[in-house]
Design a protein around this ligand. Structure first.
Ligand SMILES: Cc1cc2nc3c(=O)[nH]c(=O)nc-3n(C[C@H](O)[C@H](O)[C@H](O)COP(=O)(O)OP(=O)(O)OC[C@H]3O[C@@H](n4cnc5c(N)ncnc54)[C@H](O)[C@@H]3O)c2cc1C
Length: 418
């Protein structure tokens, strides 16, 4: 790690050391480019730290799918565990909301599912390769992801299974007995389950990002810890203004997750990025009642994931300003319900809050900024950024190197909004 970067130069500067930035930096190094990765915190300390750690093969339908329409009346009360919203934020961001809802039209399912399927497939391949190379293979569990319903929702589970099958994504429909056989330590809360068999999970997403960052540093990459103040065009190059100096490169990659729009505004880009905030809290597991895989309680609107530190309970979506004060109402509502699924002890540490960065069509931006040469955008990975970070970063590195990315990046072009 460099201490003071003033005057340093590289082929590529990557801004942000979450899963997306670390992946872009490593993939660019693999292409022989000199790379400086900059973050004000240690790699993997923000959104990429606190997520549910699911490497999801099947998350091809974003939140703004047609099913959102039937759920809207329940969400209007602003008391649902799945979605809370701040009315003042909603008024200020009505344009974003209208565009987000317009993407929930049935005609928008296939194009987005196809695009995300390509991105997810390429990314899972990289995760499985990199986690071994990064000496972190012990963190990945190939035990799938269980989506579970308390009601007799066989129809809903079968509809999801059929959609996944159209894309060649395997899943198994389970009844109460089969769920008990799969997860022998949970209480009999669920009638129906759908096991996403090709989905994996990790026991510490933050530690995985740190392992990828070490792999990047080991390959000759430079990690610099500093606050990024601005990016300024400088002839054919870019100057990155840091709290402790300035560095320059031919290419700059913006991978600042929920903070990405901030550095782009002075360059004239108004990025329609919103924040689907979410919370987690971890609890001491009961060693005699361990969970074998993440469980998504679809009607309870929470996830339970066995992590290194304990059982992590993650909440639904809170639509508000990125930096608005925390409200733990959703988390407080679901924790007692989660205790009815698996026994766990007292809380470990404080509750955590993060912000899923989301564009109106729920597809990330992956590609060149439309009006500036050498400026690359890699953010907006919404609920599945831990899954899709590696291929997002690798696609940017490929484009910088003049190569073709491993999946179709057309639907992710920044020019659709900028
Ligand atoms: C509750 C919750 C559960 C989730 N569960 C899953 C899941 O199970 N599976 C999945 O695939 N995804 C999940 N996600 C989504 C996933 O976590 C995100 O999409 C992903 O982590 C985004 O990664 P990123 O690299 O874009 O952003 P980040 O990880 O936030 O990285 C951005 C980096 O930029 C740095 N930065 C910002 N501004 C500056 C500045 N001015 N100067 C210097 N550095 C700066 C930050 O310090 C940070 O390290 C979940 C998200 C939440 C909130």
């Amino acid at each position: 790690m460099s201490d003071n970067a003033t005057g340093e130069q590289a082929d590529v500067i990557v801004l942000g050391a979450g899963i997306v930035g670390v992946s872009a930096a490593y993939a660019a190094r693999q292409r022989g480019l000199s790379v400086i990765l900059v973050d004000r915190r240690e790699p993997g300390s923000e959104t990429s730290y606190g997520n549910a750690g699911i490497l999801s093969s099947g998350s091809i339908l974003p939140l703004n799918a047609p099913s959102l329409w039937s759920a809207l009346p329940a969400y209007m009360s602003n008391r649902h565990a799945a979605l809370r919203w701040d009315p003042a934020w909603a008024i200020r961001n009505i344009d974003w909301l209208v565009r987000f809802l317009a993407n929930a039209a049935p005609s928008r399912i296939k194009p987005r599912a196809t695009a995300l399927h390509g991105l997810i497939g390429a990314s899972l391949k990289l995760h499985r390769e990199w986690i071994v190379k990064a000496d972190a293979a012990q963190r990945i569990r190939e035990t799938g992801w269980l989506k579970a319903w308390r009601s007799d929702a066989v129809g809903a589970a079968k509809a999801e299974q059929a959609l996944l099958a159209e894309y060649g994504i395997a899943s198994q429909l389970l009844d109460r007995q089969a769920i008990s056989a799969l997860e022998p330590n949970i209480l009999p809360a669920y009638k129906v389950g759908l096991l996403h068999t090709q989905t994996a999970s990790v026991d510490s997403p933050g530690a995985v990002v740190k392992a990828y960052a070490r792999m990047f540093a080991g390959s000759g990459g430079d990690i610099h810890q500093s606050d990024i103040k601005a990016i300024v065009p400088d002839g054919e190059r870019w100057r990155v203004v840091l709290a402790d100096g300035g560095i320059s490169a031919r290419h700059v990659v913006v991978a600042l997750g929920p903070w990405s729009a901030d550095v782009l505004r002075p360059l004239g880009y108004r990025v329609p990025l919103a924040f689907e905030r979410g919370y987690h809290r971890e609890f001491k597991p009961n060693p005699a009642r361990s969970l074998l895989r993440p469980i998504h309680d679809t009607e309870g609107s929470f996830l339970l994931t066995p992590m290194e530190q304990g059982i992590r309970v993650t909440s639904g979506v809170e639509l508000t300003a990125r930096d608005a004060p925390s409200s733990f109402a959703q988390l407080d509502a679901v924790v007692p319900v989660a205790r009815g699924v698996v026994e766990f002890g007292e809380a470990v540490g404080e509750p955590w809050r993060g912000a899923r960065p989301t564009l109106p069509d729920s597809l990330p931006m992956i590609g060149p900024a439309p009006r500036h040469s050498g400026l690359w955008l890699a953010f907006g990975n919404q609920h599945i950024g831990f899954t899709t970070g590696p291929a997002t970063g690798a696609a940017i590195a490929a484009m910088i190197g003049g190569a073709t990315p491993a999946f179709d990046v057309g639907p992710f072009s920044p020019s659709r909004y900028l």
